[in-house]
Design a protein around this ligand. Structure first.
Ligand SMILES: *Cc1c(COP(=O)(O)O)cnc(C)c1O
Length: 446
């Protein structure tokens, strides 16, 4: 199947207030958005400006309600404005917004994270996933005294200069930056390999093992759609990196506390050859506020300032309101939550499969815990090249039909669908009712 370009426009007659805000926004904010993925460029049409959200529901500025399958790209695992989180935020905010000193909530959140993930002994709190991976890479380079980072095509680790390279899917291509403004020197020490390709990994380590500081991988890829590691892949990363004295960074910014209480590690680990050296977290652990973290053993973390020579800092790091939201959210991520998320996700995915099959639309559903995505192609996806080989125009039609029926999917075929603990029978019912028409729209272009 050849991917065709998505339509540049789509019917938005039911979103006049969003369209008006977008026009104003476009004057003062580039593209009208503060993160490019919000702009609907991949599916066409007008992004909905959301006025409020409660549980599984989004309400846009035109007053239309949508069942939310975006969940803020992952964080809202308990649903929007969950009463326990709201209470924690209110309580924290009433005591002041930021101190620039240590505070108790930071300790509580760090303890909660360390308690959940066995190999972790310490974490450093930051404000975004990007900061977490950027700092993890600096730490790995500081610990090893080496420069080269190995990453995988299709894995996103935030907009860190050195990691904004997914180019090239051939064997051990030297990475070219994906973004203007990233000088080639910034990615000169980045090697991009195909995801799930152990032979490519072994070849690059055989050639340059002594220069490699770290391998960074999404614990289970979610930023090219959901592409879990093939059986044995993570263990191969562990084995090969250790053989050559390189560190393994597991980026759990998306999967952390989402796939299980202990993230992807909790589902797939512990690994025979040992755990990853450094973990990164974000999204769920902030509960919708800017909080993220990276962590490792005490020995590795001792390289960080003020204990060690690797500098890392942040004015708002460990913010008392953000950490209160994160802590309340993680406390709500109980043993009972995860099976519920999986049941809800499977109900939705099964119905999507049925609807798409009935219309003869090529599709493949892939999973990482309750995270899933629907690829508009017939065969499984194991890497970025395969992920790109899908009918994105069909996804665009599917997306807009769902939106019209009151379901907000991620506005790109390359994203995970997220559910929350608040997705109840009513919300799921709206999704199930919307799917047949969306499948018909996907089947018929024009
Ligand atoms: C979202 C994400 C990031 C970046 O996090 P931000 O908070 O958006 O900076 C990094 N890694 C992965 C795997 C992510 O999904």
């Amino acid at each position: 199947m050849t991917p065709s370009p998505a339509p540049s426009t789509a019917p938005d007659s039911d979103a006049p207030a969003s369209a008006a805000l977008l026009e104003r926004a476009t004057r003062v904010i580039p593209g009208g958005v503060n993160s490019p993925v919000r702009a609907f460029r991949a599916v066409g049409g007008t992004p909905r400006f959301i006025a409020s959200a409660q549980g599984p529901w989004l309400t846009d500025v035109d007053g239309k309600r949508y069942v939310d399958l975006l969940c803020s790209w992952g964080p809202m695992i308990l649903g929007h404005a969950h009463p326990d989180v709201l209470e924690a935020v209110r309580t924290a905010a009433a005591k002041g917004f930021s101190f620039g000193t240590p505070s108790e909530n930071e300790v509580l959140l760090a303890e909660e994270i360390v308690a959940r993930i066995e190999p972790l002994e310490q974490v450093r709190l930051v404000s975004s996933g990007t900061e977490a991976t950027m700092s993890a890479v600096r730490l790995a380079r500081g610990v090893t005294g080496r420069a080269v980072i190995v990453k995988f095509a299709g894995c996103y680790h935030g907009h860190v200069d050195a990691l904004l390279a997914a180019a090239g899917s051939g064997l051990a291509t030297l990475a070219l930056p994906d973004s203007a403004g990233v000088p080639a020197e910034m990615t000169a020490d980045t090697i991009v390999l195909p995801y799930n390709d152990v032979a490519a990994l072994e070849a690059v380590f055989a050639a340059r093992g002594g220069e490699i500081a770290a391998v960074i991988t999404e614990a289970a890829a979610g930023n090219m759609g959901v592409v879990p590691p093939a059986r044995g892949f993570t263990e191969a990363l562990r084995r090969v990196s250790r053989e050559h004295g390189a560190l393994l960074i597991s980026d759990e910014v998306m999967t952390g506390f989402r796939c299980s209480k202990a993230g992807w590690f909790g589902l797939e680990g512990p690994y025979a050859g040992g755990a990853p050296d450094i973990f990164t977290f974000g999204k769920v652990m902030g509960g919708g506020f800017p909080a993220a973290a990276f962590g490792a053993s005490t020995e590795i973390m001792a390289h960080l300032a003020p204990v060690g020579p690797v500098y890392q800092a942040g004015t708002l790091s460990g913010n008392p309101v953000a950490t209160a939201a994160g802590l309340a959210t993680l406390r709500g991520c109980t043993d009972e939550l995860y099976p519920r998320l999986e049941t809800t996700a499977h109900t939705i995915a099964d119905a999507a499969r049925t609807a798409l099959a009935a219309e003869g639309v090529a599709h493949t559903v892939q999973w990482a815990g309750s995270m899933f995505s629907v690829f508009f192609r017939d065969s499984p996806v194991t890497n970025y090249d395969e992920a790109r080989d899908q009918d994105t125009a069909a996804y665009g039609r599917f997306f807009h039909s769902m939106l019209e029926s009151g379901v907000h999917l991620p506005p790109s075929a390359f994203e995970a669908w997220f559910v929350s603990g608040s997705h109840d029978e009513e919300a799921v019912g709206v999704i199930l009712d919307a799917l047949p028409a969306a499948a018909r729209a996907a089947a018929h272009s024009g």
